[in-house]
Design a protein around this ligand. Structure first.
Ligand SMILES: NC(=O)c1ccc[n+]([C@@H]2O[C@H](COP(=O)([O-])OP(=O)(O)OC[C@H]3O[C@@H](n4cnc5c(N)ncnc54)[C@H](O)[C@@H]3O)[C@@H](O)[C@H]2O)c1
Length: 364
């Protein structure tokens, strides 16, 4: 019998980009899935168009009583916690909402699970690489460094790269899970608190933490101005606007296709020895935002519309991200399968058939 056959799974945020695809994969594998999601308007719009493979309980993780009732109804074997406020830039303007949803919401989930007569065996957290802040660099002496977040003052002067305290350039390197967390945004800090809450609350279940890199692909909200940068580029291009590239364009991200992320979540539930572990989930390759923008314009046949390197910057944004993925390969038996160029084609194809009127905005 397949290992997920008949398993009861509870997934917060299961109506979202990653959650809805994860729900479909779990249901296809024979699990019965209960989704707890407040259908946040910023993500889903005023009239959500849903095609969910699980039972939806509409509720807010800030509402401890509603969450507890839902958990009692689901009696899960496995819990995935994905519900969150996810905008790095927005989190600077709305720290109390981000703390309430991401931190208190996670604490509410833990307490709801603790009240169950039969606790789940495992809780899997959708964590983020944002906990690393700028991430790993190599200094002039060849040592690993974890630099402080860039200052707004230096970015205002057009200095976007990172330097050590003697003003020598730092070279970006793949970030390993052992790098001490150093979040540079309210979003990253609230997501780190979720990890700590799950690790530090004594509980009968084990915890697996997946620190996701930049997830992209079909299904990512095309109306949310705080969502992933590639969806925002699709929004901008299809609305006839030049793509707005921040800083000097030399921004790098580790883009990971949504189906690869779903596979990592499934592996995180199934590997008995993964309990108590924390894994990076990324492609292990750094791609430039400029190159990604050009791919999207090419696939939309809008190359002439162009892109604009605006020099704009935001406090809390990081310069360069790439994950060291060796631990996930060894500990989860997982690695990314979808090449970036293929994934972008799939995203663009989907965006063309799901075009939404989106407000202005940008996020990376
Ligand atoms: N997409 C990425 O690149 C990425 C990267 C790193 C980590 N993550 C994490 O993965 C998870 C899922 O992200 P996503 O990209 O699918 O985002 P998403 O916005 O598409 O999905 C989040 C879901 O949570 C729901 N939600 C929001 N606030 C809620 C609340 N108060 N109560 C109940 N439900 C609520 C939303 O309605 C939405 O359906 C998040 O925890 C996010 O921090 C995502």
């Amino acid at each position: 019998m397949a290992p997920l056959q008949g398993k009861r799974i509870f997934i917060t945020g299961g109506a979202g980009f990653i959650g809805s695809r994860l729900t479909r994969a779990l249901a296809d594998a024979g699990a019965s899935v209960v989704i707890f999601d407040n259908l946040l308007e910023q993500v889903h719009g005023p009239q959500p168009q849903l095609d969910l493979a699980g039972v939806l309980i509409k509720g807010d993780v800030r509402d401890a009583a509603a969450l507890s009732t839902a958990v009692q109804q689901a009696r899960p074997d496995i819990v995935y916690h994905l519900a969150a406020e996810t905008g790095t830039g927005q989190s600077a303007d709305e720290p109390s909402r981000y703390a309430a949803v991401n931190v208190v919401g996670c604490a509410n989930l833990i307490e709801a699970l603790k009240a169950l007569e039969t606790p789940p065996q495992r809780v899997v957290l959708a964590a983020t690489r944002a906990v690393y802040g700028e991430g790993a660099y190599i200094d002039a002496e060849g040592r690993t460094a974890a630099p402080e977040p860039r200052s707004v003052a230096s970015m205002a002067n057009g200095v976007f790269d990172l330097f050590d305290d003697q003003n020598r350039p730092l070279t970006p390197a793949p970030t390993h899970e052992s790098l001490p967390p150093r979040p540079g945004s309210v979003y990253g800090s609230t997501k780190l608190m979720q990890e700590y809450l799950l690790q530090q609350t004594p509980a009968p279940w084990d915890v697996v933490i997946l620190r996701l890199q930049n997830v992209y692909g079909p299904g990512q909200s095309l109306r949310n101005p705080y969502t992933g940068v590639l969806s925002i580029f699709c929004q901008q291009a299809m609305a006839g606007r030049p793509l707005d590239i921040y800083e000097d364009g030399e921004i790098y991200r580790d883009f990971i296709f949504v189906d690869d992320v779903v596979a990592a979540f499934v592996a995180a539930a199934l590997r008995p020895d993964a309990g108590g572990s924390l894994f990076n989930v990324g492609s292990g390759e750094a791609s430039s935002i400029l190159a990604a923008a050009d791919m999207i314009l090419e696939d939309l046949e809008l190359k002439s519309q162009g892109r604009r390197i605006s020099g704009a910057y935001r406090a809390g944004d990081i310069r360069h991200a790439v994950a060291d993925v060796a631990k996930a390969r060894d500990g989860l038996g997982w690695s990314a399968q979808v090449p970036f160029r293929d994934g972008v084609r799939q995203l663009v194809k989907w965006a063309q058939t799901n075009q939404a009127i989106a407000p202005n905005g940008a996020e990376s």
